[in-house]
Design a protein around this ligand. Structure first.
Ligand code: FAD
Ligand code: NAI
Length: 467
């Protein structure tokens, strides 16, 4: 018992020491070397998973580094669905990019702007300040020696009219905020004096399109919010809330093993989330969608809130670059790169993460590993230039498993084990899910805030105020 007490004491002292070191270190960056005109300039586009992983590892003693992104923060996307219902607050999963750039040995320039064009011939990019506030200059060009594209992907809409106008996506911080506000608007409008019964039904019908992990995790979080909070605070509406998940394929979560697909579908059934498989959305209007159901009938589904999660498509910038080098870029689904992350047809341009189209799924796991790999390529390039004998090996992906939250404190996990796969699901997997994400967060500050949010929502419930 005494030994255990000692371990606990040492653990506590260690944790406090680590926390204090992290806090002090983050708030007090050391002085940085200035840009060196003799060094090559690496321009990084983006501040997401791929870009940040690259930035954390790139040796700025070897290069001048510049970052261009329309958002000045990194977003921990795996916990974004939890923000749509207030289990976690938005700022808890954001990390200012300067918390990373200011800790490099050489100054890293950051421009909050969007790259609108890339000219591989002149090795320049055009950038535009897209914020509401502008100075006297809001468009300029920047020269690069090496360009790292990590701009992610856009929301896939298949060009369907009404999607951008009436549905909510779930990719960015403002998407989660919009969903949270719109959800509470639906609930309060349903409770409005003398509201027509069919309007109450419509307003309280939350429809999610796309049974991939984004749609499933959102439906799961929404279910928890309805059960734990909304039904308590709006007892008069409690039996009217409905969630429907629409999926074109025969089942949800096609990337998971069949037993976890079944487990998810049966958990959703228990939780009264209606799953419409083999059902494809054909039209989107302001109050209803039209779907082709499993029997090939065109059916109208009225909704209050519509969340659209049908996957990725290339961003306009990605398409523009691909059009410039169209002989080499033959896939409409994203940038083609070789095994060294070099963009086919554009010398000195590299691409990582969701903006590429490859044999890998567009996940944070892949983007992170590619960012790390590319930083090591640049390290080796610098050593080779100094005359050292270094070999650049191709990128190899190591799959760490797939996880998803499915509601009612249950998660699913497909984990690689020996040469096979282990599939687990349930409450214990949920504890594992939480611990994996907490340990993968980018900073101690994020971890602290997220754990605090989890405790806060457990003790006080989620906030039902409309923002
Ligand atoms: P992103 O992280 O999207 O970053 C792109 C960056 O480029 C952003 O900073 C953006 O502002 C910037 N940018 C955009 N346009 C321009 C431009 N024109 N010029 C300059 N910069 C630009 N994956 C997992 O592995 N596990 C999960 O649990 C998981 N959960 C997810 C949950 C949700 C809700 C979502 C939406 C995704 C999830 N993913 C998960 C997928 C994961 O988020 C993506 O695969 C990952 O973000 C891809 O990283 P990226 O760096 O390619 O792009
Ligand atoms: P996705 O591409 O994985 O799934 C989209 C789904 O929408 C597909 O199943 C598709 O059949 C369906 N669909 C498309 N058009 C439709 C229509 N008109 N009507 C009905 N259904 C339609 O997209 P998602 O979920 O946004 O994920 C994108 C990427 O991010 C994936 O690679 C995914 O693995 C990753 N991700 C991973 C998470 C995790 O690991 N927990 C969580 C969220 C995303």
């Amino acid at each position: 018992l005494r030994a255990l007490k000692r371990v606990v004491q040492l653990g506590t002292v260690g944790a406090i020491g680590y926390g204090a070191y992290e806090i002090y270190g983050k708030r007090h960056p050391l002085e940085q070397k200035p840009f060196d005109p003799k060094k090559r300039t690496v321009v990084v586009l983006g501040s997401g998973w791929g870009a940040v992983s690259f930035l954390k590892s790139i040796n700025t003693d070897d290069y001048n580094v510049m970052v261009v992104s329309p958002r000045n923060y990194f977003l921990f996307t795996p916990l974004l669905p939890s923000c749509t219902v207030g289990t976690i607050e938005l700022r808890s999963i954001m990390e200012p990019i300067r918390f990373i750039t200011q800790h490099k040995s050489r100054n890293v320039k950051f421009y909050e702007s969007e790259c609108t064009d890339i000219d591989p011939e002149s090795k320049t990019i055009s950038i535009t300040d897209v914020s509401d506030i502008k100075g006297s200059v809001s468009n300029t060009t920047v020269h690069y020696d090496y360009l790292v594209m990590a701009v992610g992907a856009d929301n896939q809409t298949f060009g369907m009219a009404g999607v951008r106008e009436f549905a909510c996506f779930l990719k960015e911080i403002w998407d989660a905020q919009k969903i949270r506000t719109r959800l509470m608007d639906c609930v309060e409008s349903a409770g409005f004096a003398k509201q027509a019964p069919e309007e109450v039904d419509r307003l309280l019908h939350m429809v999610v399109v796309g049974g991939g992990p984004t749609g499933v995790e959102y439906a799961a979080e929404l279910h928890d919010f309805l059960k734990d909070d909304l039904e308590v605070w709006y007892p008069e509406l409690a039996d009217k809330f409905r969630i429907t998940l629409v999926e074109a394929l025969p089942n949800v979560l096609p990337m998971f093993s069949s037993q976890l697909i079944q487990y998810t579908e049966s958990t959703f059934k228990q939780n009264k989330i209606e799953v419409l498989t083999k059902t494809m959305v054909k039209e989107v209007a302001d109050k209803e969608i039209k779907v082709m159901d499993a029997n090939k009938n065109l059916v109208s589904i009225p909704y209050g809130l519509l969340v659209w999660a049908t996957g990725n498509c290339p961003r306009p910038l990605t398409r523009k670059l691909m059009a410039r080098i169209k002989e080499a870029q033959t896939s409409p689904r994203g940038i083609l790169v070789d095994d060294y992350m070099r963009v086919a047809g554009a010398p000195d341009i590299y691409a990582i993460g969701d903006c590429t189209f490859s044999k890998y799924a567009p996940t944070a796991q892949v983007a992170t590993q590619q960012g790390l790999y590319l930083a090591s390529v640049f390290e080796n390039l610098a050593r080779i230039e100094e005359g050292q004998n270094k070999k650049i090996t191709p990128f190899e992906y190591s799959h760490q498993g797939s996880l998803a939250y499915i509601g009612s404190d249950k998660a699913i996990a497909d984990l690689p084990f020996l040469n096979g796969n282990v599939s687990v699901g349930g409450v214990a997997t949920y504890v594992f899910w939480r611990s994996v994400y907490i340990s993968n967060m980018f900073s101690f500050r994020n971890r602290f805030l997220v754990v605090g949010d989890w405790m806060k929502s457990k003790v006080f419930g989620r906030d039902v105020s409309r923002e």
